[in-house]
Design a protein around this ligand. Structure first.
Ligand code: SF4
Length: 185
C-alpha cells in the first residue's frame, strides 16, 4: 500500500476517488484545505459531510486552518474574473500549495486533489496548479490522474445517492454564488 495525501474539496467530489484508491493499493489521508468556501456555515457543512464518509471508512482526516480573509487577500484584483479564469488558478494554487507543504512536512512522497473530478472544472488548470505546488516544495510528486475516467463519474453519482450527500449549488467562494445553480455539480 502506498500512502497518498489527498486534498479534498467536498464529499461529492471525493468519495469515488477515495474508494478507488483503497481498492487499488493506496491509503489516502484526506486533507481538507478550503479557505475559499464562503460562508463559514457552508464550509462546515461540506467538511462534516466528508468526515461522515471517512469515519465510516476508518480513514484519517486532516482539517487545515480556515482563513477566508487570507484567501480573499490572495484573490485581490481577481474578484470579477469568470470561473475557470485567473482567480480559479490562484485559488487552486492557494489550496494546493498548502496541501503540498503539509505533504512534505509529514513525509508523503505523493499528493493528489479531487478538484478536477467535477466536469465543470478545467483539468489542465487544476493539474498545472498541482504541479506548480509540488515544484514549490520540492521532492514531492503531484499525481495528475484523470479522475473522471474508469467509471469514476458513474460511481461518484451512485455514492452521492447512496449516502444522500449534501450537493452544493455553487463552487465555493462568494464570487461563484453568481453562477446559476443548474451549472454546478
Ligand atoms: S469559483 Fe471556485 S475555484 Fe474559482 S475562485 Fe471561486 S471557489 Fe475558487
Amino acid at each position: 500500500m502506498q500512502d497518498v495525501l489527498l486534498h479534498s474539496c467536498c464529499a461529492p467530489c471525493s468519495t469515488a476517488i477515495i474508494e478507488w484508491m483503497m481498492n487499488n493499493g493506496y491509503t489516502p489521508t484526506v486533507f481538507f484545505s478550503n479557505s475559499n468556501i464562503y460562508p463559514l456555515e457552508e464550509y462546515k457543512h461540506r467538511q462534516s459531510e466528508l468526515e461522515r464518509f471517512l469515519q465510516e471508512k476508518g480513514l484519517p482526516f486532516v482539517e487545515d486552518d480556515y482563513d477566508h480573509t487570507e484567501w480573499l487577500t490572495d484573490m485581490r484584483g481577481l474578484e470579477h474574473e469568470p470561473e475557470r479564469g485567473p482567480r480559479c488558478t490562484q485559488c487552486f494554487r492557494f489550496r494546493l500549495l498548502r496541501a503540498a507543504r503539509y505533504a512534505k512536512a509529514h513525509g508523503f512522497a505523493l499528493f493528489a486533489t479531487t478538484l478536477a473530478s467535477s466536469r465543470w472544472k478545467d483539468i489542465e488548470q487544476v493539474n498545472a496548479a498541482g504541479q506548480w505546488a509540488a515544484e514549490q516544495v520540492g521532492d514531492l510528486e503531484f499525481w495528475a490522474k484523470n479522475w473522471r475516467k474508469g467509471g469514476l463519474q458513474d460511481r461518484r453519482n451512485e455514492l452521492l445517492r447512496q449516502y444522500a450527500f449534501y450537493n452544493q449549488q455553487y463552487c465555493g467562494c462568494e464570487f461563484s454564488q453568481r453562477i446559476k445553480p443548474s451549472l454546478q455539480e
